[in-house]
Design a protein around this ligand. Structure first.
Ligand SMILES: [Zn+2]
Length: 250
């Protein structure tokens, strides 16, 4: 049987209707959904799917395992079968793949593998509770926290304006890239709607992208001067040469 991108339906021979149930006693044929009137009036169809049995990584946090009826799994894929995957990128802790997490080989248990966050599936947990021996390996504490960061970044991430993007709201902005570090010169700037944020000097110094996020007023915020950053030397030179003009204020 050919497998294509269409569903393969199980239907009574010579009849254009779904089975009444999987137990209906009738001779059946496998048909592509495009060759019959599938899902007529929203009817339920029985279909066949190719299934593989594979190792998978349990992604539900340990403390939730006892209470949850469904656990999250991500199937392991062998690195060897994906020649387009660069191993150095896969295992990089800085500039790795955004959606892939590399797993080193566990001798005699599994080969070097990776999981793709797009493969996350929710599976009833009951069968797995009775086979604790089906758990064969654990990530190290460091790998767990790397996975945690990576998955969080895959699902949602903080976002700020880059220097080539115009901000939409007037207000104070802070570079997100600087938030990790202490002892840096203040990076807060005031920007008017339509302004481009500057290049963050701190981040440029370590070849990191500037990413400016709008700040809101804290109960204890003190009033600050709303002075947009001075134009760069490059912009000032262009202005001197008459090649560009300052934007007219609001
Ligand atoms: Zn910065």
């Amino acid at each position: 049987m050919e497998v294509d991108s269409n569903l393969t339906l199980v239907r009574p021979v010579d009849e254009d209707r779904p089975l009444t149930s999987i137990e209906e006693s009738v001779e059946v044929a496998f048909q592509s959904e495009t060759d019959v009137t599938a899902f007529r009036d929203g009817a339920t169809e029985q279909c066949v799917l190719p299934v593989v049995r594979t190792l998978a990584m349990l992604a539900t946090p340990t403390c939730d395992l006892s209470g949850e009826d469904y656990w999250l799994f991500i199937p392991l894929r062998s690195v060897e079968t994906y020649p387009e995957i660069k191993r150095s990128t896969l295992h990089s802790t800085s500039k790795g793949y955004g959606n892939l997490f590399g797993i080193y080989a566990n001798r005699g248990v599994f080969e070097e593998s990776f999981v793709n966050f797009h493969d996350l599936v929710s599976v009833p947990s009951e069968p797995f509770r009775h086979f604790p021996e089906s758990r064969i390996a654990n990530l190290s504490k460091q790998s767990q926290s790397f996975l945690q960061d990576k998955l969080a970044r895959f699902l949602s991430r903080g976002w700020g304006y880059a220097p080539h993007e115009k901000v939409e709201i007037s207000g104070f902005y802070r570079c997100r890239g600087c938030m990790l570090y202490y002892g840096l010169p203040e990076s807060d700037v005031y920007l008017n709607a339509g302004d481009n944020p500057p290049k963050c000097k701190n981040c440029s110094a370590i070849k990191r992208e500037s990413s400016w996020e709008l700040l809101v007023k804290h109960k204890r915020s003190r009033p600050m001067k709303q002075i947009p950053p001075a134009p760069s030397v490059f912009t000032r030179t262009l202005r001197l040469l008459g090649l560009t003009r300052p934007k007219s204020g609001p």
